[in-house]
Unconditional design. Structure first.
Ligand SMILES: [Zn+2]
Ligand SMILES: [Zn+2]
Length: 270
């Protein structure tokens, strides 16, 4: 591992529908960007698993990432991961998916919330009650946190990329405090890591997801497991914002960050 010990736990390859570069090229860029380890966590949307051919994509992802892991041995630790969307929409299938390969790390996500037929980025937030929406979103994540198929929850405030970013809505988190605390407490009691997703730093919102206040609250409530990921869909973004994420983690009182090998927790000093 490099002396900087930078770890990016959330990267997409071209085995995700919206990813651009191959795992091998991503690994080359990761080495150039001073990373010691990356987790390639391609998408797997459980509700579209067969219709949108995620079954093929995750097979190719695992195969290509395994090859990249061997090719970069000693230079870069390549962790084999998956970002599984809406797993509880079909829990039996989700259970099968995460057990099918020997993954290192599984991120749980909600991209298509209950009651919506579209991705969170396509919702018209000026036409809905955003507080009710975020409470429902957090409740769905709370249920997901109880599922033993994932190790961490990805970008728990992802809708904010649009709510605060594109729609410029001045969101007051204190209005959903009880539901937020319930989500964080559930994550803690079910040993789910909180992800600091740095992709928001590259977008209009200009903040990590979640932002520092929620990370601080997770820590206050006793949270210890923290991963940091760029959510890069382009190899050049691999590792972006990781140092900023580490600074935020330190500011919130964390001494370690977490990564996973064979779905086991490992800590590295900040
Ligand atoms: Zn995601
Ligand atoms: Zn992602």
């Amino acid at each position: 591992m490099s002396s900087q010990r930078l770890i990016d736990m959330h990267v997409h390859s071209d085995n995700s529908p919206d990813g651009i570069h191959s795992p091998m090229y991503i690994c080359e860029c990761a080495v150039k960007n001073n990373l010691g380890a990356i987790a390639i966590t391609d998408h797997c949307e459980v509700d579209k698993f067969f219709t949108e051919k995620y079954n093929n994509m995750i097979f190719h992802s695992f195969f290509e990432c395994s090859k990249a892991r061997s090719a970069f041995e000693g230079e870069l630790l390549v962790l084999l991961g998956l970002e599984i969307g809406q797993p509880l929409g079909n829990k039996a299938l989700a259970d099968r998916i995460v057990r099918h390969h020997n993954y290192d790390f599984i991120l749980g996500s909600i991209h298509t919330p209950h009651g919506f037929n579209c991705d969170i980025k396509e919702i018209e937030y000026d036409k809905i009650d955003v507080y009710k929406f975020m409470e429902d979103y957090f409740l769905q994540l709370t249920e997901t946190a109880k599922w033993d198929g994932c190790d961490a929850l990805a970008h728990i405030t992802c809708p904010m990329r649009r709510i605060q970013g594109k729609y410029q809505i001045d969101f007051d988190y204190s209005k959903i405090k009880a539901v937020t605390d319930e989500l964080l407490r559930t994550m803690i009691s079910y040993d789910k890591a909180l992800e600091i997703n740095t992709s928001g730093l590259r977008q209009k919102i200009g903040l990590t997801m979640p932002d520092i206040n929620i990370i601080k609250r997770y820590r206050e409530l006793g949270g210890k497991l923290l991963t940091i990921g760029s959510d890069a869909h382009n190899a050049n973004d691999c590792g972006k914002g990781i140092i900023k994420g580490m600074e935020i983690a330190r500011e919130c009182g964390f001494e370690n960050i977490t990564f996973y090998v064979s779905r086991e927790t490992l800590e590295i000093k900040l």
